[in-house]
Structures are given as structure tokens and as C-alpha cells.
Design a protein around this ligand. Sequence first.
Ligand code: SAM
Length: 286
Amino acid sequence: MSQYSESPSNFPAKLYIVATPIGNISDISYRAIETLQQVDLIAAEDTRHSGKLLSHYQIKKPMFALHDHNERERGKVLIEKIKAGQSVALISDAGTPLISDPGYHLVNECRAQGVDIVPIPGACATIAALSAAGLPTDRFSFEGFLPAKEKGKQDKLNALIEETRTMVFYESPRRIIDTVQQIINIFGADRKLVIARELTKTFESFYAKSASEMLTWLNEDTNHCRGEFVLMVAGAVIDSDAIPQVALNTLKLLKEQLPLKKAAALTAQIHSQKKNTLYKWGLENL
Ligand code: SAM
């Protein structure tokens, strides 16, 4: 039971974090529907968008807009409502709230103020994608959306160069080609990628290819870049005898301006590698 008084609907006055479908409207739990039917108020990212889901399940409840740009202010209002005895559900446009969606500030503040928070689990594009990708799932790193600007994206990928866990990115159709190109530049052309496209929808599909093959495939047909994407990247294989990718990237860059011998010597100094090994690699690959 909540520490606050009961709401008018007799449903415990708490914040319920309710996962909704990511495409297939049937992907919602009984408990999620029961919760949405019983709470006093539903906070949603886009009330019009969520209104369609709610009307499909014949749920009629007062709605409250809470999105990235008003979350801190509107969150305070919601917390006051819960403290006054109302039960509130938070939903996002798709999937699990807070996962690349609004809700973090609200939940953080509820925790700080001792307001009970109840997760009602369900669909999440990351988990659905990983569950069918065939990449290691014992450990993974959820990276959300990469920065839109080139420099920010490159910095972020460079910071992940030695990540050995499977990495999961959300990506938009407009940026997928550039992102795969940057992955080739930074992680190398052979890194294994899996794209999960249009999960749970009619044209759901998975593509598992090396980064360079994936780029070719994406460029083959504009239809290949349509829809919603989860991009999964196999973790780096760290071979203690191999030259680290970051050193190879430096060597490639320096080789554009300098003779190979000089480029290899400088790279060796920067990354504490063997000059001759780098030189040999350069002769064979650059
Ligand atoms: N909260 C959501 C979740 O639990 O996965 C994610 C919301 S985020 C704003 C939207 C991004 O998630 C999309 O741009 C796409 O990368 C990914 N996504 C959402 N639904 C998807 C689907 N049906 N298929 C593939 N990717 C999806």
C-alpha cells in the first residue's frame, strides 16, 4: 500500500511506469491494461498518439502531457497529485518509458521524495532486438541514440573502440548510412553488425553482416533505409598480439600526410606499439 491516502479510484496512489507496444498493438500485458484502466491519470509523451492505443483498448482516462521539454515542471505537478492521493501511469509513444524516452527526471524526483514507483514491464526494442540477433547477450551495453553531429558521433564511437560487450544503438533512417560508415572508419570494415528493423511489425526483418557488407546493402535500395532500426554491434575482440584498432586508425590518418616509415614511427610512440609491426601492417594494408 502507498504511504499516501487512497485515490478516488481506490487504486494505490503511486507512479506506474507502464510499457506499451513497439509496433504490434497486441504486445501489451494484461497487467498494463488493468493498470491503465484503473489509474486516475495517464501521463503521456504525446497524448494524441497514445490516445489511439488507449481507445483501441477502450480506456478512457484523463491525460497529462509530459515530454522532454516540460518534464521537470510538469513532473512536480504529477508528484503533488500522487501525494494528494491520485494514481498516475506514465507511458511513452512506444515501448518502455525512460529507455531513450522521457521519465528519468520524474522517477528520480519520486525516489527522492519517497513516492512509490511501480514498473509494469513489457516491450522494449533493445531487448526484442537482442533476443533474436544472435550476438552475445550475457553482457551488453545500451548506447541509445548517437549524437546527431558528426564530431559528437565520432567522439562517442572512438570512446567505444575497445568495448568488448555487444553494443546496442537506436538509429533513425536518415542517419543509418552515415553511422555504419563511421563504424567502418572507427571500428573497421570487418566488425559484425546486426540490424533489427520494424520489430513486431509486418515488415520485421533482421540483417547480420560485416560493417562493409551492411553499408553496401543499405546503399543498394532506398527501401533498405526505411522504418525503425536497432543497430547492434559485436563487441571488440581484444587479441593481445594484435595491433589495437585505435593505433591502426592513427596510422591510417598519419599515412595520409607522411611517408609510411615516419607514420609508423609516430604511431608506435603515441600508442606504445612496435614500429616494425605497424610498418609491416601498413605495407600490407595501406
Ligand atoms: N522506449 C522505446 C523502447 O523501449 O525501446 C524506445 C523509444 S526511442 C524514442 C525510439 C527508437 O527505438 C527508434 O528510433 C528505434 O531506433 C527504436 N525502435 C522503437 N520501436 C522499434 C521497432 N518496432 N523496431 C525497431 N526499432 C524500434
